[in-house]
Design a protein around this ligand. Structure first.
Ligand code: C2E
Ligand code: CA
Ligand code: CA
Ligand code: CA
Length: 277
């Protein structure tokens, strides 16, 4: 049997935890998490489809609460943007990429890490300064840092153009992310200085299905080729998708077929195994 006092104490403790959870809104929790550096990165390998070589990774932020539960970035990133906390997160991401990856990037000069930029990072231009400060003395070359931005970041097209041009002058490559899901993707392709196009997972999902959306995918790929952009297919999950992308001469792929996003050490091991001999 369990003593009544113990039961009551446990219930009391549970109540206290529940109450403090409620009082601390997720926004407040996130603020504390940033301060306590509870955010960290996973790295999802990017594969050269022709050779199977791992050419780098996309850095994806993770948040694990002290109680062990995870909060998904598609939940807390928009919250951070609303609450004016995104610049702090981007800073943390940049700092972590440099700390986690400097050895690997020094060892394999052809490898790169892609960092996601939020709209505010692009309009303020601050992220670019933080990257150059953090990179200084790290041994990482600018061309080893790629920047990914979605359409949300391009609403002020003039600022976006200025920032992306500065990023490329500094030596970074710039990718348009989630390509094809927004309203104005085509317009941005023409107006922005870009190096790469990441085809959104929804178009990759459509490959091999009877769905009427699949005919769009070859046009996106063809257009990117015309414009001289690298193409990265995201969310590749099946061999059939891979075979199709191969047949369309898509250069790079990322997805669970190759690997899930990995903790630093696991990514480094993965990369070592799949490097050019
Ligand atoms: P995203 O930039 O489009 O990142 C790709 C997302 O697809 C990641 O989700 C990744 O885990 C997931 N994914 C990759 N391959 C597959 C696959 O084969 N199947 C499926 N079902 N999913 C796959 P994640 O890590 O949950 O990130 C979600 C979004 O949160 C990202 O979408 C990005 O918009 C945002 N995000 C993540 N990290 C950062 C960051 O450091 N900064 C900013 N600003 N946004 C970030
Ligand atoms: Ca991305
Ligand atoms: Ca994406
Ligand atoms: Ca996406």
């Amino acid at each position: 049997f369990v003593p009544l006092g113990l039961l009551m104490a446990a219930a009391g403790a549970g109540l206290v935890i529940w109450l403090s959870r409620r009082r601390l809104s997720m926004r407040g929790e996130l603020r504390i998490a940033i301060r306590r550096r509870e955010l960290y990165l996973h790295y999802q390998p990017i594969i050269e489809l022709d050779t199977g070589i791992c050419v780098g990774a996309e850095a994806l932020v993770r948040w694990q609460r002290p109680d062990g539960t995870q909060v998904r970035p598609d939940l807390f990133i928009p919250l951070a943007e609303e609450a004016g906390m995104i610049a702090a997160i981007t800073d943390l991401v940049i700092e972590n990429v440099v700390a986690d990856m400097r050895e690997l990037l020094a060892e394999d000069r052809s490898a790169h890490i892609a960092i996601n930029l939020a709209a505010e990072d692009i309009s303020s231009g601050r992220a670019l300064k933080v990257i150059s400060q953090r990179m200084a003395g790290s041994g990482i070359l600018p061309q080893q840092i790629w920047l990914e931005a979605t359409e949300h970041g391009f609403l002020d097209i003039d600022r976006a153009r200025t920032m992306l041009a500065a990023a490329r002058r500094a030596g970074h490559s710039v990718a348009i992310d989630d390509f094809g899901v927004g309203y104005s993707s085509l317009q941005y392709l023409q107006q922005l200085p870009l190096d790469a196009l990441k085809i959104d997972k929804s178009f990759i999902d459509a490959i091999g299905t009877e769905s009427a959306t699949s005919p769009v995918t070859p046009h996106i790929i063809g257009m990117a080729r015309e414009l001289g952009l690298w193409v990265v297919a995201e969310g590749v999950e099946t061999e059939a998708q891979l075979a199709y992308l191969h047949s369309q001469h898509v250069q790079f792929g990322q997805g669970w077929l190759f690997s899930r996003p990995l903790p630093r050490d696991e990514f480094i091991a993965f990369h070592r195994k799949r490097q050019q001999q």
